[in-house]
Design a protein around this ligand. Sequence first.
Ligand SMILES: NC(=O)c1ccc[n+]([C@@H]2O[C@H](COP(=O)([O-])OP(=O)(O)OC[C@H]3O[C@@H](n4cnc5c(N)ncnc54)[C@H](OP(=O)(O)O)[C@@H]3O)[C@@H](O)[C@H]2O)c1
Length: 317
Amino acid sequence: MASEITTIKAWTYSEYGHSVDVLKFDPNVPIPQVKDDQALIKVAAASLNPIDYKRMEGAFKASDSPLPTAPGYDVSGVVVKVGSEVKKFKVGDEVYGDINVKALEYPKVIGSLAEYTAAEEILLAHKPKNLSFAEAASLPLTIETAYEGLERTGFSAGKSILVLGGAGGVGTHVIQLAKHVYGASKVAATSSTKKLELLSNLGADLPIDYTKENFEDLPEKFDVVFDTVGETEKAFKALKEGGKVVTIVPPGFPPSIFFILPSNGAILEKLNPYLESGKVKPVLDPKSPFPFSQSVEAFSYLETGRATGKVVIHPIP
Ligand SMILES: NC(=O)c1ccc[n+]([C@@H]2O[C@H](COP(=O)([O-])OP(=O)(O)OC[C@H]3O[C@@H](n4cnc5c(N)ncnc54)[C@H](OP(=O)(O)O)[C@@H]3O)[C@@H](O)[C@H]2O)c1
């Protein structure tokens, strides 16, 4: 019973630095306290995002939570306890979500690289029944970011889009949502040569090999460019008149639309039918899942910037 457990296993760091130097296994971390609006989750799987290593390197020290901390925004698992105000979930429910309300402001001290984590119910959704825990954990932060970015451009059926970084965690979902949820007229996306086939499989009509072609020099222009790489200036050269550039890579500059995702379980609930019908699929890097014991290796791999889809940690014992 979770209520009898006082300490849990987790990966934590006590100082900022690269994962190989600072991330350590800790068998005795106090179990997170559950607030009234939170659920305690027995973690089954976690996925890593670039923000995890940026935070670990101290990129937003001033607004970070105190160290030591266990990293991990994305989780899937089973609810083992609920706070008094929780209405949507009960003990035994399978859930998934991005557990941090605001990515850069006081993320949870105990993240998802832990046996148990706690999160507000508004950040969580029921796990799609057809997905494994590893698949579900791969989704929240990236698919919510993809959806939020498309919404902020006012994306709708019949519009065209160019996705910069189509093979990454976010890009793989921008392609799928634009094509299979919004009904884009045309989806173009960039990647290196070996990943072009994946882009097509996800729904890209025009995969562009950035090692051979400059997307900004192509004659075709787009209603929206979604920048997941940090090429905002060039993105404007690929835009139709009146089109919009959305970027998720800081700093972003006007007139591009830049945002930092506020986590929101309602987006996941909204997308669950598309995940359950198989129209939108999780994309796990071929090296995934990494077992819990290889969390440092998983970080090192994500830090190369070459992951395809998501780096997932599973099982978490
Ligand atoms: N603002 C927000 O709320 C928010 C939310 C999520 C993510 N982000 C940020 O967005 C960025 C992407 O996140 P992510 O999770 O998608 O990262 P990721 O999964 O680590 O992205 C890796 C992918 O990027 C591709 N890539 C790298 N350089 C490229 C280039 N010049 N052109 C095309 N593709 C390129 C790589 O493909 P190749 O090997 O083919 O190059 C690789 O597949 C990160 O900086 C992250 O911190 C921000």
